[in-house]
Write a protein of this length. Sequence first.
Length: 425
Amino acid sequence: MPKKAREMSQVEQAKTCIYCGLSRPFSDEHVFPAGLGADDRRFLLKDMVCGVCNSGVFSKLETKFMRASPVAIARLYFQPTGRGKGKKASIPSINTNSTIVFLEPHGVVEAEMTAGGKLITLLQLLFLEDDKVALTGGDHVGIDVFLDALIAALENQIQVVEKIKDVVPSRFVVETFEWDGARYHSVSRETTPTLPPKRVWREPLASPPAAAATARAPTLYQRTDGQLCLRVPPSTQAGPMLTRARKAPSVFGKQEGVPYSDFANPSVHISMTIDMKDYARVLAKIGVNFVAHAYQEQYARHHAFNRIKTAILEGLSPIWLQTIPKQADAFTGVPRTRHVAMLHFTKSRAGRFHAGMVIRLYGGTTQYVHLSENALQPPDGPAILVIDYENHRIERFFDWGSFGAVYPPNVLPDFKTLDEFSLDG
Ligand SMILES: [Zn+2]
């Protein structure tokens, strides 16, 4: 190939996304997810990842990772801010199927876990036996705010929306109710991809945990984001509940105090759906990003990483994830206030290497995610990232000495078992 053409082809090659291999507009990709407290502008992949992979695939995976994964609750407890710094910082939150507390005298009621692990009992109407309705919940907003929201929602027409689970793109069942002067009637029910501007969410009421002393009452509650939700058993009609709710605020009146008393150490029950496959995809993506950042783009473009990139993008092939036993954990000397990740290589065959990343988030379990079994010899020593997630600062080291000088590891890792691992098996 003439020199000019060869240069041209290298330039062309450099224009493609390191993940999908396509030539599309790039967007800056954080080496380590910003939502994990790593919004450090010095650690970006520039002109390497296309906007489609970044926003279309990775952002969605990361949102699930932040809000519904083994690290979601640790993030909520330990990390003061999500993405961004200062005034623009977001507050971490989690996605639960339900969060409930046992509250006297009404039994199990709706709650929300917020930043710092703080528990808020949500303001709610409880639909009790014998047509009784109780008003209960915490005081993070005034009772007036809740009643005003109820009155604003309980108009002559209400749309009750239920999100259909596990459907991409999102679809909703929208049921419309009309008030006839005495009660709400269902007038239509349709499945649609769009949300009505005003809505009451519908959530299924599952069986209470075995520890709960009483059966759980259906409830109409207000989440901390202001949305009203009706939680009723899947087979129950929403109309009669809405009718009871419409009549309830006048029963209580705004003047009446909240039948609520503070309580110490409530028993909390959180139910969360976790997709471990997507969890592994995010860890593997951090690994490939880290490779591209520490060992340069060309090394990360090698076909040895094609299989893992496809697994990350498509979510169809398995990703090998292993928990590192405590006695082999190299990170025990690193404080819990730091995430730590290390690229690790062991010889595989024919001069090639197993490439993987050892990672620990929020001082939790240390895990190994496998990235390749035929990587080229790495151009540098073991790369280590230490992330101060409270302050969005990342530090990188290239040898145990410099790393150890800051956070001396107690034990070096023992990866013998990984040498025996082969994806061919
Ligand atoms: Zn791409």
